[in-house]
Write a protein that binds this ligand. Structure first.
Ligand code: HEC
Length: 154
């Protein structure tokens, strides 16, 4: 009798655990993904001007470049805790385990982004040609890290 009750209780516990579809999204993962959204929002504005999709506007370009630089210089250490890679938290994150296993390689990529974002912020307000001249390196600052540390999209 006791055995059956214990078994039933155990089954109930397992069922409960499985019924909870997903634990509330990890706040650190949410924060770093939100930061990436700030990056892409601002670089998109610069990119649209660089490509002539949107007319060049010195003030808007300066604002976008300054925002990008400010976001890139934010201290992100608490946003990348151990155990939040895409193998441990499948479906919640695209962060590859290499971020942690090859550390500090990822930090070098972060520094590289700050450099190219700084270069962009220094010239974005000058004129369209200067903005265009800084665009390739800025995009490379994003792509260089994604290639190594972000799970590719299918
Ligand atoms: C130091 C490495 C690094 C740099 C530099 C970097 N990223 Fe990322 N990015 C990542 C990683 C890792 C992820 C996956 C994060 C996750 O899902 O937890 C990511 C995810 C993203 C996402 C998806 C966010 C979401 O909502 O899931 C976007 C958009 C993005 N990055 C844009 C950019 C742009 C634009 C830049 C350059 C201005 C940039 N990133 C620079 C590492 C980087």
């Amino acid at each position: 009798m006791t055995n059956i009750i214990t078994k039933l209780a155990a089954t109930a516990a397992i069922t409960l655990a499985m019924a909870t579809p997903s634990i509330a999204a990890n706040p650190a993962i949410k924060a770093r993904q939100a930061l990436m959204q700030i990056y892409v929002f601002n670089i998109s504005q610069l990119g649209a001007m660089a490509k002539g999709v949107v007319a060049y506007d010195s003030a808007a370009a300066t604002a976008a470049a300054n925002n990008l630089l400010a976001a890139a210089t934010m201290d992100q250490s608490a946003m990348w805790p151990q155990g939040t890679d895409n193998e441990a938290m499948f479906g919640e994150t695209a962060a590859l385990p290499a971020i942690w296993t090859t550390y500090p390689a990822v930090a070098e990529k972060g520094k590289a982004l700050v450099e190219v974002a700084g270069a962009m912020a220094a010239v974005a307000g000058t004129d369209l040609a200067s903005l265009q001249g800084a665009m390739g390196a800025l995009g490379g600052g994003c792509g260089g890290c994604h290639k190594q540390f972000r799970q590719p999209k299918d």
